[in-house]
Each structure stands twice: as structure tokens, then as C-alpha cells.
Design a protein around this ligand. Sequence first.
Ligand code: NAG
Length: 423
Amino acid sequence: MDMISQLPDDLILKIFSLLPSAKDVVVTMVLSKRWQFLWMFMPRLVYDDSYDHDIDYRKFSQFVDRSLIFQKAPVLETLHFKLGQTCGSGDIHVWFRAADKCCVRELIIDISSRRKTQITLPRSLYSEGYRNVVTLELSNAILVDVSSPISFPSLKDLSLESMIYQGGDEFVKSLLSNCPVLEYLFVKQCSYDNVTIFTVKVPSLKNLILYTSYDRVEDDAHGFVIDAPSLEWLDLVDNTGGFCIIEDNMPNMVDAYISASYSFPGKILSCITSVERLDLCLLTSKDAYPVGSIFCRLVSLRICTCETEWLNLLMRVLQDSPKLRALKLEPYHIRRANQPRPYWSEPSSVPECLLSNLETLEWDDYEGKKEEKEVAAFILRSGCCLKKVTIKPKSTSRGKKLEMIKKLSFSPRSSPFCRLSFN
Ligand SMILES: *[C@@H]1O[C@H](CO)[C@@H](O)[C@H](O)[C@H]1NC(C)=O
């Protein structure tokens, strides 16, 4: 303790910042006279009520009230609330008002998903004190509508998990388009979010993650509209049968993960032809993207083998990706029980990537079914540059596994350096 006492104030505050929650910091008041006032300058405050002990809640709430009222730091790097089931909207209103004298950089309001009633976040979230937030993470709460446009001129990272938007579609559209420097957006929808079309129109956006709710009933009225020409990274998971409209080409796209049950994925893939790494799980192959799109920089492709169409999708993308070096086939969803097997027909011409670039093939949960054997044999036979083929058979009996291995090992290979291994 003595050694720490010798340190300058700002270093001690840094050490305090490493303590897990604000309570631990205030406890330090009793440790040293000098520290009695130091905690009021804490740049990082974490209030954690996620234990859900009713008895403690009053104490917790009083503690937050007081420590925020006495807070003297001009800039709060982090203000983080982890709230459980007891907390009410009124408490948050009071705390927000107390904290808005500080300039908050990172604001996290993480509310338990086990609550029965949703907390409404106060309007003061849009006020001066929070105007300079750089990072904003909200979960399981209601965002109120206001008539005047909201703006977050410094906001770079925004995370909206299971939020309800009182103002519906228009509010979401306006909120996001008033974040002029936003670079990272994470949205995880809930089925009762009061939004039909979720519009992301953000010219500065680089990373976008959009997950729809799994418990939403399938309906094709719901969807996304994306207008983000600077996007480099897209992660889109939508199994609700809705739609996604991309308004503009995204020429800087590097990584894309798309798992969607749209009958017409339409322009998504043709707007991201610059991707270098692509992960796909789609219901359709024919309508996956328009004829003529070429993925000229694609080096790494992963295709999910849960849908019947995966094999046709694979052959299409192989034909249109001349630089492809690494291919991975893997079921990242569970195949539906009544799903018909995919159908394989050998293409009339060997895709260029197989003749000149493809080096690795990795296949997880290989079952040795007829069409699987045919594709594997085709790739081994045509892949002139193959170096490593790794097959992980789906766990069946030992005898069956051995037979699968034997069959593939005797397949002709065009690359003399190709190493075939079974895991
Ligand atoms: C849903 O959004 C509309 C505006 O689109 C609004 O009028 C309505 O009050 C919202 N409903 C809820 C429950 O927030």
C-alpha cells in the first residue's frame, strides 16, 4: 500500500481504472486520506448490478447516485452500467442527468435480457453531455423518439443489441445517417423491435454486422437497405426470408460473411466483387448473383454445405473466382432432415482457379455420399496447384471411414505435390 501511495495522482487513477467496478474504487477512500478525493476523478466508471439481489439494489442505486453527483472528472473515458432486473427507467434518468456534466467518451448500457419489462432510455441520451461519445453500446432497452434530429458527431462504434425503436423505421434511418464518422456498426435485432425496414445509410461505415432475430416469424416484408460505399467488412445473418437491398457498390470490401434465406439475394454479391475472403450460406445458386460478376481478388472461400444448392453455388463461384487459393467446405448450420441431396454434374470447362491457383481444400464433415465423392475426385483431378487437401470425415463407423479414405486416396491427382490427409 505504501509503495502505491508514493505514486503521482494520474498514475493512481490509471491503476484504479483497472479495478472491475466503481464500488472497488470508492472502497479505496478508506485506505488513505489522500485517496479520499481522488476517486472523484476516476475516468472510468463501471456500475455492475447484474447480480440481481433485490436486497442490494437500494444500496447499489444510492451508491451510483452519490458517486455520479460527486464526480469531478471533466472527461469520463468510460461510463458503463450493467443492470439487472430490479432497475427502473427512473433510476437511469437520474443517473444520466447526474453524469451529463462530464464529457462521456464511451457509454455502455448493458441491460439484462431476462427482464420482463423493457427500460426506456432517457431523452438526455441525445443531449449535450453525450454529444461527444465515440463508443456507444446499448442492449435490451427502448430508444425513445424525438422530433428534432439526433446527432452524434464523434460516434465511431455503435452497438445496438435487442433494442426497441419507438420511432420505427424513420427513426433508425435518421439516427444512423446523423452519425457522420461512424465506422463500426453492430445490430442484433429482436422480433419486437418495431422496425420493418432497417436502413443503414452511412457513407463512412467500414464494418457492418447485421443479425436478425431467430424468433421472428418468416415474412418477406422485413428487410435491410444498405448504402455504405466505404464498407470493408460485412457480416449478414438473416434467416427470416426477408430481403436486403444494397444501394451502392462497395469497392473496398475485403471480408464478407453472408448467411441468408432470401429467395433473391439479388445484388448483394455483385456489389462486393472486390472481396478477398468470402463465407457463404445461401438457399439459391442461380439467383445468387447476376451472370458476369467476377470476384477478381477472392483468395479464400468458405461455403456452408447445409443447403441443397451448396454444390451449384460452389461451382458458380469457382468459375467466377480466377485467383482463388483456399477453399473450405463445412456445414455451419444443421441440415434440415427432409433436405434433398445436392446434385452434381461435371462442368463443361474446368474453372480457371483450379488450373492455376487453388492450393488448399479443407472439407469438414465429409460423408462420402455419391455427389461428394464426385466433387472431391473432380477437384483432385483438375487442381494443378493443389498442395494440401484435408478431409475430416463425419464420424461414422471405423470401417466406413476407412473405405472413404481408400476411395479418395486412389483418385487420380494432377498435382504431383498434393498431400491428402484425413483427420
Ligand atoms: C412503432 O413505430 C411507430 C412509428 O413508425 C410509432 O408510431 C409507434 O408508436 C411505435 N410503437 C412502439 C410500440 O414503440
